[in-house]
Design a protein around this ligand. Structure first.
Ligand SMILES: Nc1nc2c(c(=O)[nH]1)N[C@H]1C(S)=C(S)[C@@H](COP(=O)(O)O)O[C@H]1N2
Ligand SMILES: [Mo]
Length: 201
């Protein structure tokens, strides 16, 4: 294309191919929470991996931060219609958490749990293989409390309600169990590219 070198610079592209249907790009970073931001002290912070009701392993804040740290740059998509491109996160991949626990995933379904009582279900396949992390940094800084700090789940390829803020555990479940928003009418899976916003989408 003759014009490519002229107009095709990254900074001027609108990246419309990266915006799912019904979404629009934003430059700011909106905060969306069902309730108030819980106050979580690093000294008492704990993250627990469970198989059903059985705790398999817990990590303190220091122990989690001693695990391999991975950086991910991803586009994120909120069901309320904003998308944000090129967000930069650092944290521990879910693969590395399972590996540190010495756990072979026993089921194909996981519920994420949070300090505010929130929960959300994510299939194992969407957490494993480098797709998701427990993020502790955003844009190089400790994750702000309103955005889920100290740590949040990041599942960037699904609608952002799947990225549980203030995460304090993952639980393998026998079946795909609906979480907080899924019980209130949101889609059980939530793929932005298929516009899976509400239960019957
Ligand atoms: N623990 C917890 N996680 C949560 C929520 C919440 O209320 N509690 N809201 C979800 C919703 S609906 C969205 S859109 C995103 C918003 O993340 P943000 O505030 O960092 O933009 O967090 C998700 N994770
Ligand atoms: Mo949301």
């Amino acid at each position: 294309m003759v014009t490519r070198g002229f107009t095709g610079r990254q900074s001027t592209d609108n990246h419309s191919d990266r915006i799912p249907p019904g979404q629009h790009p934003v430059e700011n970073f909106p905060v969306l929470s069902a309730g108030p931001t819980p106050r979580v002290e690093l000294g008492s912070w704990k993250f627990t991996l469970k198989i059903g009701p059985r705790p398999v392993k817990s990590w303190t804040w220091t122990e989690l931060n001693d695990l391999p740290q991975t950086k991910m740059t991803r586009d994120i998509h909120c069901v309320t219609s904003w998308s944000k491109l090129n967000t930069v996160w650092e944290g521990v991949t879910v693969d590395d958490i399972f590996a540190d626990a010495g756990v072979e995933p026993p089921t194909n379904f996981v519920l994420a749990h949070s300090y505010d009582g929130y929960s959300t279900n994510v299939p194992l396949a969407d957490l494993a293989s480098g797709k998701a992390m427990v993020a502790v940094k955003y844009e190089g800084q400790p994750l702000a409390p309103d955005h889920g700090g100290p740590a949040r789940l990041l599942v960037p390829h699904l609608y952002f309600w799947k990225s549980a803020k203030w995460v304090n555990g993952l639980q393998f479940t026998e079946r795909d169990e609906a979480g907080f928003w899924e019980l209130r009418g949101y889609h059980i899976y939530g793929d932005p590219w298929r516009e899976q916003r509400y239960a019957n989408d």
